[in-house]
Design a protein around this ligand. Structure first.
Ligand code: ZN
Ligand code: ZN
Ligand code: FE
Length: 752
C-alpha cells in the first residue's frame, strides 16, 4: 500500500549537492514526492510503499555524495496523501534561529577539472566549481548559505551560468559560487580592474618558479608562498621572505605517483591525501628534496593540488613539486587581503598574484598524520572548519577561549561544538587581531548569544585576558579551567565518556593549581573535577620562557638536579655551550632567580636532545622533540632503568644516557632507548591507575603525543594489555583542541 513518509535528515546536507542527488535518485526509482532545505536540515517527502521507502533511504545513505554526512535520519508516516506523480525540489524554508551546518571548503572535483577542458565558457577557467566542490566556509559571510551572503555576491551570473544554476538536472544547480570566464572572478597582478589573461599569467608564474624565485599566490583561504622544492637557492630565498630559519615546509606534488618517489604512502594515508578535504599529510620520507625544505626531519608534509590553479601551475612548471606554504611572515596569520599582500611581499618576491574573489574567513592548510591506523589532526583549518563536533549534551551559549599557542576557540550551539579555524600563537599582535575578528565573525555567523565564558587558568594568556574583558563588559560569568583538565575533558567529550577517565596529558606547559608549570599529568578526570595521580618531578626552568627556546638550559637543569658537575658533561656539550654558561645556569637555579618550576614533559625531550647535541637552541616550538624523534633507530625494546617512586624522576635514565654517550653509542640508539623508556614508564603508571580505577580505557592527549613514535608504541602497548586508548581524533591533541575541554567543563559546572 502506498503511504506518505516524511524523511528529515540532519548533518552536512546543504550546499554539497544533496538535493539534486535526492532528486535524481527519486527519479530513478520513480518515487513521487519533494525535497527541500529547511532551517535545520533537509526535508524529503515520498509517496511509496514501505518497502520502496526503505530501499530509497538505504540508497540515500549508501550513494550520497562524498562530502555529505548524515548525522540523523528521522522517518515518520503522515496522513493519506493526495497522490502525486512527480518529484520536485521546493524552495528553502528558513525560519527560527536554528542553524544548518556550513560546509568546509572542498577540493575541486574531477568533473570540474574535466569541464575546463570541454566547456567553451569555462575553457581553462581556474575558478570552476559545482555543488560537489569549491569554496564554502572561506567565502560565507552570513547564513543561509546563498550567493548574496557570500563574497560571490559582487559577481553577477551570466546567462550560461544562471541556466546551469537553475536547472535541477545540472551539476551546478544552486551551486552558489558558480562562475565562468564571462562572469566570474579572475587572477590579476597590479590592477584589480584588469584581467591580464590567465594563461599568460600562469606561464609567468611557472617561469618565475622555474627560475628559482618565490611567488605569492592568492589561494582559497589566503595567500601562499610558492617555489621549486628541488631548488636549494629558492628555499633559501623563501626562508628569507618568511623570516623563518628552520621550521619544515610542506610541499605539493602534481600526483600521487610523483609523491611516491619521495615518500611512503600507505592505504589510510592515501585516502587522506586524495580525499576532498585535501590536507597536508605528514608522510615518511624516502628521498630528500632540496636541502632546507625540512632540515633534521624524516617526515615530509605533503599535499596534492586542491585548486584548478595548482593543477595548471604544476602542468606548466618544469618541477613536479612545489613548496606551498602559508603566505605570512614568521608567526603572523596567513595574509588574506591583496593590500596586505602588497605591503608584506613587495620587494621580497618578484611576483604577487591576486584574484578578485575576496576571502571572508581566512583558513590555512590543515595538517594531519596517520599512525597505527588512526588519523590525528595537528592543524585544523581548511576542509575541516566549520564542521561541528556533535556531543550528547547541551552546550548552548558557552564560549571557550582556548589557550595561547596554536589557539582555536569554540562555541556551543545546542548539542554542537563549533571550532574556529587554526588561529595561531596569540603573542603576535596581528594574530590577536585575527583572533578577535574571527570570534566576532563566528558569533554573527552562527547567531550565537554567549551566556558563559570559559578560559584557561593562566591569567596572562591573551585569551584569558580577553575573556576577562568580555566578562566584565558583557556582565557574563567567567569560568577558568586548568589546562590539563581541559585537555583531558576534550578527549572525554569527543569519545562520549560519562564516567571518570584516566588520562595522560603530556605537553610543554600549562599552569597548575599549585602555581607551578605542569605538563606531564596522569589525571583522574571528571568533567567538573580532577585529581592529579602523578606527574614527572618538578624541574627548575632557568630563565622561564627562554628555557623553552634554549633546550641546553634544560639539560643543565636536569644535570644539576641529579648532582652532576661541569666535568661530567659530554665533551661536545662543553665545547658548544661552555662552562661559563653552565655555571651561570647553576647559579640561577641555586639562587632561584627567574627559575619557575615545571613538570612539562616537553622540557624532558629538550634536555635529552640538548645533551645529545641534536638541538641546543630551537628556532620553533617543539623542534628539539621533533628532531629527537626523527633520529631514532629502529630499536623498539632497549630501555634505561625505569624511575620508581610516586613522583617520576629520571635520574637512572640520565645516568644511562651519559654512560652511553661516554661509550660512543650511536645517538640514534640513545634516542630510541629514551623513547622506549618513556613509553614503559607511561605504560607502567597508566596501567596501574586504570586498574585502581577498575576501568579499561585510558586517554592520551597533549602536544607531546604528536610524537608518533611515542603515541604509536604506547597505544600498542596498552591495547596489547586489553586497555583501550582514546586520543583526540576530530580535534588536535595540542592546545588547538583545548577549547572543547573548556566547554565540557563549562557544561558540567553550569549544570551543577
Ligand atoms: Zn566540481
Ligand atoms: Zn558565467
Ligand atoms: Fe597544552
Amino acid at each position: 500500500m502506498v503511504k506518505q513518509y516524511n524523511i528529515h535528515l540532519q548533518g552536512l546536507v546543504q550546499g554539497v549537492g544533496f538535493r539534486p542527488f535526492v532528486y535524481n535518485l527519486a527519479q530513478a526509482l520513480t518515487i513521487p514526492g519533494s525535497v527541500r532545505n529547511s532551517n535545520d536540515g533537509v526535508e524529503i517527502v515520498v509517496q511509496a510503499e514501505e518497502r520502496q521507502m526503505r530501499h530509497f533511504v538505504k540508497r540515500l545513505r549508501e550513494e550520497k555524495p562524498e562530502v555529505v554526512s548524515i548525522t540523523d535520519i528521522n522517518v515518520s508516516e503522515t496522513d493519506c496523501p493526495t497522490p502525486s506523480d512527480t518529484f520536485r525540489i521546493l524552495p528553502s524554508e528558513v525560519h527560527s534561529d536554528r542553524i544548518t551546518q556550513i560546509s568546509p571548503d572542498i577540493a575541486v572535483c574531477e568533473q570540474c577539472l574535466d569541464d575546463i577542458k570541454r566547456q567553451p565558457h569555462r575553457k581553462d577557467y581556474p575558478f570552476v566549481n559545482c555543488t560537489n566542490c569549491g569554496p564554502r566556509f572561506s567565502i560565507i559571510e552570513t547564513l543561509p548559505y546563498d550567493r548574496p551572503n557570500t563574497t560571490m555576491a559582487r559577481f553577477e551570473m551570466c546567462p550560461h551560468c544562471r541556466a546551469e544554476y537553475e536547472q535541477v538536472e545540472n551539476r551546478r544547480f544552486h551551486a552558489q559560487p558558480v562562475a565562468c570566464n564571462h562572469c566570474g572572478p579572475f587572477y590579476y597582478i597590479d590592477n584589480p580592474a584588469v584581467n591580464p589573461g590567465y594563461m599568460t599569467l600562469l606561464h609567468k608564474m611557472a617561469e618565475t618558479i622555474d627560475n628559482g624565485q618565490v611567488i605569492a599566490l592568492k589561494s582559497l583561504g589566503g595567500y601562499n608562498l610558492v617555489c621549486d622544492a628541488l631548488n636549494g637557492e629558492a628555499i633559501a630565498r623563501l626562508r628569507k621572505v618568511k623570516q623563518r630559519d628552520a621550521k619544515p615546509f610542506a610541499v605539493m606534488f602534481s600526483s600521487v605517483e610523483q609523491a611516491r618517489e619521495y615518500v611512503h604512502i600507505d592505504g589510510e594515508e592515501l585516502k587522506q591525501l586524495t580525499g576532498w578535504r585535501r590536507p597536508i599529510v605528514l608522510l615518511r620520507q624516502k628521498k630528500n628534496l632540496a636541502e632546507g625544505v625540512n632540515p633534521g626531519m624524516n617526515t615530509l608534509g605533503v599535499m596534492l593540488p586542491y585548486l584548478p590553479v595548482h593543477y595548471q601551475l604544476l602542468e606548466c612548471t618544469e618541477t613536479e613539486v612545489l613548496v606551498m606554504t602559508s603566505g605570512n611572515i614568521s608567526n603572523e596569520p596567513i595574509v588574506m587581503e591583496p593590500s596586505e599582500a602588497e605591503k608584506k611581499f613587495t620587494g621580497k618576491v618578484p611576483l604577487i598574484v591576486h584574484h578578485n574573489r575576496p576571502v571572508f574567513n581566512r583558513v590555512d592548510d590543515s595538517v594531519v598524520f596517520e599512525e597505527k591506523g588512526k588519523t590525528q589532526i595537528i592543524r585544523r583549518s581548511r576542509g575541516y572548519v566549520p564542521e561541528p563536533l556533535f556531543i550528547k549534551k547541551e552546550a548552548e551559549g558557552i564560549l571557550a577561549f582556548g589557550a595561547e599557542l596554536s589557539n582555536a576557540f569554540a562555541l556551543g550551539r545546542g548539542n554542537q561544538l563549533l571550532f574556529s579555524q587554526y588561529i595561531g600563537n596569540l603573542h603576535e599582535a596581528e594574530t590577536l587581531q585575527f583572533y578577535e575578528e574571527t570570534m566576532s565573525r563566528f558569533i554573527d555567523l552562527f547567531r550565537f548569544t554567549p551566556k558563559l565564558l570559559v578560559c584557561d587558568l593562566h591569567p596572562d594568556y591573551f585569551s584569558s585576558r580577553l575573556a576577562e574583558y568580555y566578562a566584565t563588559a558583557m556582565g557574563l560569568p567567567l569560568l577558568r579551567v586548568q589546562h590539563h583538565h581541559a585537555h583531558a575533558a576534550a578527549a572525554m567529550i569527543e569519545h562520549g565518556y560519562d564516567t571518570p577517565a584516566i588520562a595522560w596529558c603530556l605537553d610543554g606547559v600549562g599552569l597548575g593549581t599549585d602555581g607551578n608549570g605542569w605538563g606531564s599529568e596522569l589525571l583522574k578526570v571528571n568533567y567538573d573535577t580532577f585529581e592529579r595521580i602523578t606527574h614527572f618531578e618538578n624541574m627548575p626552568l632557568p630563565g622561564g620562557d627562554k628555557a623553552s627556546a634554549e633546550p641546553w638550559r634544560m639539560a643543565v637543569a636536569y644535570m644539576h638536579r641529579y648532582g652532576y658537575t661541569v666535568a661530567q658533561y659530554p665533551s661536545d656539550f662543553m665545547e658548544n655551550v661552555g662552562s661559563g654558561k653552565i655555571t651561570m645556569i647553576e647559579q640561577m637555579i641555586r639562587q632561584n632567580i627567574n627559575t619557575p618550576l615545571t613538570s612539562g614533559a616537553g622540557r624532558l625531550f629538550d634536555a635529552v636532545a640538548a645533551l645529545l647535541g641534536i638541538c641546543r637552541t630551537s628556532a620553533y616550538q617543539a623542534e628539539a622533540a621533533m628532531k629527537l624523534e626523527a633520529i631514532c633507530s629502529g630499536d623498539y625494546t632497549s630501555c634505561y632503568p625505569n624511575p620508581e617512586g610516586r613522583l617520576l624522576d629520571f635520574r637512572t635514565m640520565f645516568e644511562g644516557i651519559l654512560n652511553d654517550l661516554l661509550k660512543g653509542t650511536d645517538k640514534a640508539l640513545i634516542a630510541a632507548k629514551f623513547h622506549n623508556t618513556l613509553c614503559e614508564t607511561l605504560f607502567y603508571y597508566g596501567r596501574q591507575a586504570v586498574r585502581n580505577e577498575g576501568t579499561n580505557s585510558i586517554i592520551l592527549t597533549g602536544g607531546v603525543f604528536q610524537n608518533r613514535r611515542l603515541s604509536g608504541m604506547l597505544r600498542e602497548k596498552f591495547e596489547n594489555n586489553g586497555i583501550t586508548v582514546h586520543m583526540p581524533e576530530m580535534l588536535p591533541c595540542n592546545d588547538g583542541g583545548i577549547a572543547a575541554g573548556q566547554i565540557a567543563v563549562g557544561i558540567s559546572k553550569r549544570n551543577a
